[in-house]
Design a protein around this ligand. Sequence first.
Ligand SMILES: *[C@@H]1O[C@H](CO)[C@@H](O)[C@H](O)[C@H]1NC(C)=O
Ligand SMILES: *[C@@H]1O[C@H](CO)[C@@H](O)[C@H](O)[C@H]1NC(C)=O
Ligand SMILES: *[C@@H]1O[C@H](CO)[C@@H](O)[C@H](O)[C@H]1NC(C)=O
Length: 948
Amino acid sequence: MNKALPSYSGPSPERLRRRKDVGVVTACILSILFFLCIRGTAYFNLFNSTPSHAASAVSRCLSLELAPGPSADFHKRKQSDRYVPGTKPYLLKNARIWTGAENGTEVVDADILLDKGLIKGIGHVRQSTLQAYKDDLVVIDVRGSWVTPGIVDLHSHLGDASSPELDGASGDDNSLKGPIQPWLRALDGLNTHDASYELSISGGVTTALVLPGSANAIGGQGFTIKLRKTPERSPTSMLLEPPYQINSSFLETAEHPRWRQMKHACGENPSRVYGFTRMDTIWAFREAYNKAKQIKEAQDAYCVDVRAKNWDALKDKSYPEDLQWEALVDRFSRLDRIQVQVHCYETVDLDDIVRLSNEFQFPIAAFHHAHEAYLVPDTLKKTYGQPPGVAMFATNARYKREAYRGSEFAPRILAENGLRVVMKSDHPVLDSRYLLYEAQQAYVYGLPDNLAIAAVTSTPAEIMGMGHRVGYVKEGWDADLVIWDSHPLALGATPKQVFIDGIPQLETPHVVNKPAAWQQRPRVPNFDKEAADAVKYEGLPPLTPAKSDSGVVLFTNVKSVYKRAGGDVQVAYTSGDADLGVVVVHNGVIACSGGYKSCVTPALLGSAEVVNLQGGSIAPGLATYGSQLGLQEISAESSTIDGYVYDPLLQKVPAVLGGDGALVRAADGLQFGSRDALLAYRGGVTTGIVAPTHRRFYAGLSTSFFTGAPHKLEEGAVIQDVNALHVTVRHFGSIPSISTQIAVLRKLLLEPGEGEAGEWFEEVREGRATLVVEADSADVIATLILLKREVEDEFGSTVKMTITSALEAHILAKEIAEANIGIVQVPARPFPTTWERLRILPGHPLTEYSSLAVLLSHNVTVGIGIEEAWSARNTRFDIGWAAVEAGGFITKEQAIALGSTNVEKLLGGDIDSEDVHDMVVTEGGDLLDFESKVVGVISPRRRTVDLF
Ligand SMILES: *[C@@H]1O[C@H](CO)[C@@H](O)[C@H](O)[C@H]1NC(C)=O
Ligand SMILES: *[C@@H]1O[C@H](CO)[C@@H](O)[C@H](O)[C@H]1NC(C)=O
Ligand SMILES: *[C@@H]1O[C@H](CO)[C@@H](O)[C@H](O)[C@H]1NC(C)=O
């Protein structure tokens, strides 16, 4: 367990104490400085004349010799320091336990006994032990369910970065007072009322390292918390093994100093905040470390005198220290007691920090984000001390230059290079409720299963220095466990119960019984070539699709075919398990699907390109909406995006554009061939729908485009020039108010207007064009329903209205259905980022139904969307997950419609013609499964088949 700790070569505190002898004890009694006998006896003779500060000086110098980590007898503890009196003992019977032992490969079928906040026993617990508990013991038969340690998040801002965002707490995780702030502490901003705790626990997260943000080069100290509510209700009571330095009590108590955490950041973030260049940032680091080093050297020199009992020399000198710098100075302790967690993305930055670590001789616990780490594993291995871990997102990349070369294969490649891999949330950047999903994706893209589960449990626990009590299911460890409704690496795995310190966290968990197949580890596709290419092309492997050379393609071993039928999706063909079918495609059009004999002739075999789908599937291409995909390449790089439209509510729209009557078309700003678009294409998303990029109310006219096109003039690149008219009604600070926005919308809908805007609002008013309103608040949605009625009454028309985002729409499901309004929920899995999203319906295990299920049950037409372009590629998992969560209530056809036909029709797409739509070909499973790999697209529009 302690392998990761630096070895300790000095005398142990125990040994020092054993050297006490009777004579010294007598001397102690004589001494007025009684304290010294506990601490100082090994160092000096008490009968010498000693200055009054000698005791603390000796104590200080002694403390420099102490290694961090638990005491040797830590595992003899009978009760956790976090035990809450009154907590009942639990016996979980018949668990299938991923223990974390044996490099994450050990799985045991056993019972688990929890008591006093600890795991008291694993295996067959003796009857006599159980009888001792009498009636107190709560027995739960988990019937073979998977049990893992609680999820451990190595990088969170939970409690410090507020959810929902509020002016009173915006960015309590970043200081703007300077680039070097080692004295700041994330604990000091930790809000106990954040909406995230309950949600993250419901995803199995039990422990998180809460770090300061990345605005500063040295952002301050991080703190490890457990997420459960405490009887005391204070931030302090949530801390796990807080370092004694938080109240400067280490002098008295720190025989075993506790691990401390320090956040560093390099690259774009500190540069942006402080107007720095990379050169400035690294100098800021060197200057700070040099200052800390000088203090440390002064301390060492002082302690040389203390050890030599050279009290005359020390008479007027106090121990050299500085509260502001003590944490950074602690970095220089020979036994380095601070885990430094470095936010650092690119090769240049990683190299800078590795050099810094060698110059000042300190190890690095982990590089975080580190999107280019997989390209330079040997550089990482040159870090001072042991190689750092790497804490990553699975597929969240390309949002800035630093992340542009990010690869979904990074976890696998780093593990192959012997580096420790962690998946992290950066909560609320990613909702840590779904941290396990990051591990699942890493697994899908080639990280071995044992390391994937370890990447969110034991590995982060070790890296934060808490591996002696969390991250494993082991006797004597903290009773932090998750009982899952499926194999933890299966898509949509959801906790049935979560224990923290032995306390069950879910009062009335809603779960579905998943079939036996979901209890197995999912098979995953082979991505060896893609992973090799990621390295070969330094993160930018070619993604342009290749067309089949042949006019005829024969897909064999096809398990199922789904097709579009008007606005719906239907099963066109399913094979028996033994007798898989074929699909024949002529010039991009499916000519035959069914049994081998009914479709395949000898002549066909002579001319066709044959592709074995190994139980794969063919399904309608998916559509994506909600991000700026199609109008950007790198969202944070202004030279790669279309830019923002003018908003007449906020500024004067230039007359040359048409003044207030101007309306912008997204089609005019389309950019093709972005890496996110091509990755989406390779993930089965063939259609992108995008509205003009806007900051406030006014958007303009959306368009739909083909994600696989190289440029706008390629045949079929623009699928539909104009889709719908878009506005947003939201809280935008104080101006313009919600009521102002509604007043404008009412005016635009009811009164004739000028210019192109006037014409399009007339189209909406008459029911010929779709009005898409982005809104979340149920109050705004209710007002929109009334406004729609008002317009329809006035003009005797039927207004086509779709509300997007719509996280509170479930509250008005019935009224929305009656008003015949469609919903595109963005994102598929809701999170209360803002106040107007507070009333989400979180779904299992917290609520019986998800918001998608509630809307569908009222016969509302529902689609799902995304917020950021990188996630377009994951649409197939989003809808697969929605179907899994609904426990059979949403069929596969409905799920596919959620991500294809429904999105298109709700956003003004022309969906009538069946033949012009692309079909996606998957190998090894169907489009919604982790098992499958998208291998091609059948395109009647372009009369061809793309094969990846
Ligand atoms: C741990 O597991 C990984 C992947 O299964 C393997 O490559 C590695 O060698 C193992 N490490 C040890 C120390 O057994
Ligand atoms: C100081 O903090 C440590 C660690 O949390 C705690 O054990 C100790 O009781 C605290 N002491 C005081 C005086 O608050
Ligand atoms: C939804 O539609 C189905 C099928 O048309 C119908 O049976 C059901 O009653 C409808 N549900 C509601 C809440 O209107």
